[in-house]
Design a binder for this molecule. Structure first.
Ligand code: ATP
Ligand code: MG
Length: 461
């Protein structure tokens, strides 16, 4: 696992917080605006009823026989009673003289000329009141006389109504905030979704899949995808170059090495001195090591290249295994190894026959190479519900305490490999091929406990 990357926060969290923060500010504003509007509307309604009451009282003021009479209509005060249970006060005065009503009711500070009204919010008898003063000019004994009608009402009902309105405004603000928060989370989630989809599409790819990303993405992500594609293209070029280099180098090294080996063998036959013969044998071994390494590197480069664009054709594993057993029979016979094959016709798997052959050959190679003389190697094929397997079972002592996982990594060899020619690439090639076909390479100790049982397990499609 690679080290976790340092993060500079989460885009989704940042977006969510910003949207939720904006929603909180808007909800608070909404609360105050609704409250102010409701308060204004309630005040205006109350004022217009107060004014209607004062007008009704004023209309009842009349001059009869040079005397001012006031006959307060019942409706003038009862209309205020309809609004709430608040107490109502009134006063009708002329030239500073009280004609009827409460004498101690406060006077307005505002100037009221005839036909005009003035509203005040004051305190009367320790209670808050809203008061309207209406003025009208009458003619009395041929002289003008200003009549002032004042109607006031305590504000408890209004306060209760305002408290109710505040609660409703608060509920509205909270409701708005909750809906906006849900929408904010959803928006943040859906804004980040294309990024997640791109990540998933790139992560789903196999390790060798170096095609450019072509899926449609939002315009803001185009620079990112372009940079990613440029990076993939550079990586592909560099990989191809190194594969070509390995293949070329291996090829150019192997041919002269074969010539040198032949020459060394001829020389060995001619030389008699034991120390010279030992040197030449050392030389031959070194040539074998180099030649094997070059061959395996070449094979590995070829495998990597073919896995990139995997061919998908029917492969009959029983035939492949049988063919390889026949081909390697002479090498097994050199060590008196009994190399046998059992298997019946299994359904075909799909894949690249050259790669599968290469993988199986490496496993057979190992079995022959690490088996002592006069032992048995059993190769068999088997079909399960969803897979076809090739088992190679030998009597070479198995993997003992070796880390079988590590052995499938490049250039890793076991303790039992000392003295045998090899480069540590056989199991790597086999694993990469099997995995490229969607299968698994299983490395275990055989049931008899005397050797290894390596299985190449390919899925049936
Ligand atoms: N059948 C086997 N029995 C015992 N040990 C094995 C067997 N197959 C593999 N090994 C061990 O696993 C190691 C890795 O095998 P691998 O085939 O990758 O490399 P190699 O055989 O050493 O070299 P080469 O690249 O030439 O095949 C070997 O060095 C050996 O120690
Ligand atoms: Mg090997």
């Amino acid at each position: 696992m690679s080290d976790p990357l340092p993060t500079s926060g989460s885009l989704r969290r940042r977006l969510t917080l910003q949207l939720v923060g904006s929603a909180a500010i808007l909800a608070t504003l909404l609360f105050f605006v609704v409250l102010a509007f409701a308060r204004d509307t309630a005040q205006q309604t109350h004022d217009s009823i107060l004014l209607a009451s004062a007008t009704s009282i004023m209309d009842s003021v009349s001059v009869q026989a040079d005397e001012v009479t006031v006959d307060i209509p019942y409706a003038a005060l009862s209309m205020l009673g309809n609004v709430s249970d608040d107490r109502v006060f009134y006063r009708v005065s002329m030239r500073g003289n009280i004609l009827t009503g409460y004498e101690d009711l406060p006077h307005t500070d505002q100037n009221t000329s005839s036909g005009q009204s003035a509203f005040d919010t004051l305190t009367y008898k320790n209670d808050g009141i809203r008061m309207v003063t209406l003025s009208r000019r009458l003619s009395l004994n041929g002289a003008p006389a200003d009549i002032l009608t004042t109607v006031a009402q305590t504000r408890e009902g209004q306060a209760t109504q305002l408290a109710k309105l505040s609660r409703s405004a608060l509920q509205l603000g909270l409701g708005f905030f909750l809906v906006a928060t849900v929408l904010a989370i959803w928006t943040a989630q859906s804004s980040i979704r294309p990024l997640n989809q791109l990540t998933a599409a790139v992560s789903r790819r196999g390790p060798k899949d170096l095609r450019p990303v072509k899926r449609p993405v939002p315009s803001e992500m185009i620079p990112l995808v372009l940079s990613l594609n440029q990076f993939i293209a550079r990586l592909r070029t560099s990989l191809t170059r190194s594969e070509d280099f390995i293949a070329e180098a291996a090829h150019r090294v192997r041919t002269p090495l074969a010539t040198v080996r032949t020459q060394a063998e001829i020389t060995l036959r001619r030389v008699e001195k034991p120390e010279n013969r030992a040197s030449i044998r050392e030389m031959i071994r070194a040539i074998d090591e180099s030649s094997r390494a070059a061959g395996q590197l070449l094979d590995h480069a070829m495998v990597t290249f073919r896995i990139d664009s995997l061919e998908r054709k029917d492969i009959f594993l029983t035939e492949t295994a049988k063919e390889l057993v026949d081909r390697l029979q002479p090498i097994a016979e050199l060590k008196d190894i009994d190399l046998s094959f059992t298997g019946y016709n299994c359904p075909p798997i799909t894949g690249d026959a050259i790669l599968v052959q290469n993988a199986v050959r490496n496993i057979l190679d190992n079995a022959i190479k690490y088996s002592p003389n006069d032992t048995t190697i059993r190769v068999s094929t088997q079909e399960t519900l969803s897979t076809v397997l090739i088992h190679v079972e030998d009597e070479a002592g198995g993997f003992a305490d070796m880390d079988t996982d590590a052995l499938t990594h490049r250039f890793t060899r076991g303790e039992n490999a000392a003295g045998t020619v090899g480069s540590g690439l056989g199991l790597t090639i086999a694993r990469e091929v099997v995995e490229a076909h969607g299968g698994t390479l299983q490395i275990e100790t055989s049931k008899s406990g005397t050797g290894a049982c390596v299985s190449l397990c390919f899925p049936l499609v």
